[in-house]
Design a binder for this molecule. Structure first.
Ligand code: NAD
Ligand code: GLY
Length: 378
């Protein structure tokens, strides 16, 4: 693959969390410089790169070689690819590999891959030897703009997704947007859901940019500089929210726009039908409609949101989902309080709030609205 390097170097976004602050470095075609960035942060001289076979085949060599060129001894821990391996059993395997490799408190975990790798290995970093340094090298759109930023780490439990975890911040997030070029289009589109979400909750100008360019972005048919700047803009949005509310006691909840219904859609379909971002797209249709019913949002704003989602393609198959089951899942979600289903609702394009007073009939109307717009499966 010919590398189109962004000549002017990398963009930096800082996540401001006092003594736990860290930079997100974003460039294009810059993976082979990772070792230098790692060494410049004074991170451990022994590193464990945790990755999966899909990503290792594509990107392990430059990351490992870059570390070794800086005198860092790099050991590699491969875990199987897939959300179904984001478990305590996989974490247990990683602990074993780290112990066998002799990684001590001065060591550092480098997560190389997508959200599932980052979440699992980040959780291991939070708990191994009561916490060691870790660095995220995310390689999907979703992970570059969301999962790798903000310190959520964890694994799934048979009774619920992300039920075990910790807020634990990395020392560095290193993003090479060129890694997106090998992503299947479906993964890019799923990541775009969170880009739309960021615009709707925090950044009207981003929504306007997407209105003119979303198809090109989803095809990754924009200039590398534009891609770097788009990822940086999204990281900035997320970093700003996380800096204001690291542990989701308030503001951070707005990042869950579209997630109340989205998580329920993922859960009732056994996490096998929809990508997370696809479920979030469906969830934004429902939550957007509820926003209008509650008088928070103008119908014209809902249309603007929907037009973006339609350009990506509304995921099919939601018509057969049962509203009762979806609402049951929402009430038992870890984010519900005493059975009260909390929604994030948009107020204007670029601003959102939480709402605990959405009635069951309003949720049903939101679900109906989402289903009417979702195409039948082909
Ligand atoms: P994923 O981890 O399931 O990865 C998707 C697929 O893409 C995998 O098969 C992976 O091996 C492959 N892949 C990764 N990079 C690639 C590349 N550059 N080229 C080709 N293939 C590549 O997907 P994801 O969407 O990144 O992450 C989903 C996970 O992240 C879930 O576990 C979810 O809970 C978590 N998540 C966390 C947050 C958060 O804020 N903490 C936010 C969103 C999602
Ligand atoms: N993905 C939502 C969060 O990190 O809070």
């Amino acid at each position: 693959m010919e590398s189109k390097r962004v000549p002017s170097g990398m963009e930096t976004v800082r996540v401001d969390l006092g003594s736990r602050s860290y930079p997100i470095l974003i460039g294009h075609g810059t993976l082979s410089d990772f070792g230098r960035a790692y060494a410049a942060r004074g991170l451990g001289s022994v590193a464990a790169i945790v990755t999966n076979p899909t990503v290792a085949r594509l990107y392990l060599d430059p990351v490992r070689a870059g570390l070794e060129a800086q005198g860092v001894a790099a050991t590699v821990v491969e875990i199987p690819d897939g959300e179904e391996f984001k478990t305590l059993a996989t974490a247990g395997r990683i602990y074993g590999d780290l112990i066998r490799a002799g990684l001590d408190r001065r060591g550092c975990i480098v997560t190389l891959g997508a959200g599932a790798v980052g979440h699992t290995a980040g959780f291991v970093a939070a708990t191994y030897l009561r916490g060691i340094d870790f660095v995220q090298v995310p390689t999907t759109l979703e992970a570059q703009i969301d999962a790798s930023v903000g310190g959520k780490t964890g694994v799934d439990h048979p009774l619920g997704k992300n039920m075990i975890g910790a807020f634990y911040q990395p020392k560095l997030v290193y993003i090479d947007t060129e890694t997106l070029m090998t992503l299947p289009r479906r993964e890019v589109v799923a990541g775009m859901a969170e880009v739309i979400k960021h615009g709707l909750i925090r950044d009207e100008a981003l929504v306007r940019f997407l209105e003119s360019k979303i198809e090109k972005v989803a095809d990754l048919a924009i200039e590398p500089e534009q891609l770097v700047s788009l990822i940086a803009r999204n990281c900035r949005i997320k970093a700003g929210v996380v800096a204001a509310d690291e542990t989701e006691a308030g503001l951070r909840e707005i990042l869950n726009y579209g997630h109340t219904v989205g998580h329920a859609v993922e859960a009732v379909t056994g996490y096998r039908v929809y990508k997370h971002g696809e479920a979030v797209m469906l969830g934004m249709l429902a939550a957007g409609r509820i926003g209008v019913i509650k008088g928070f949002w103008k119908p014209a704003d809902l249309q603007r949101q929907n037009a973006l989602i339609e350009k990506l393609g509304i995921p099919s198959g939601a018509r057969t989902l049962e509203a009762d089951k979806l609402i049951g899942r929402m009430a038992s979600d870890k984010k519900a309080r005493d059975g009260v289903i909390r929604f994030v609702l948009p107020e204007t394009i670029g601003r959102a709030v939480t709402c605990d007073t959405v009635k069951r009939t309003e949720i049903e109307e939101g679900i109906r609205y989402m289903q009417e717009r979702a195409p039948e499966p082909v």
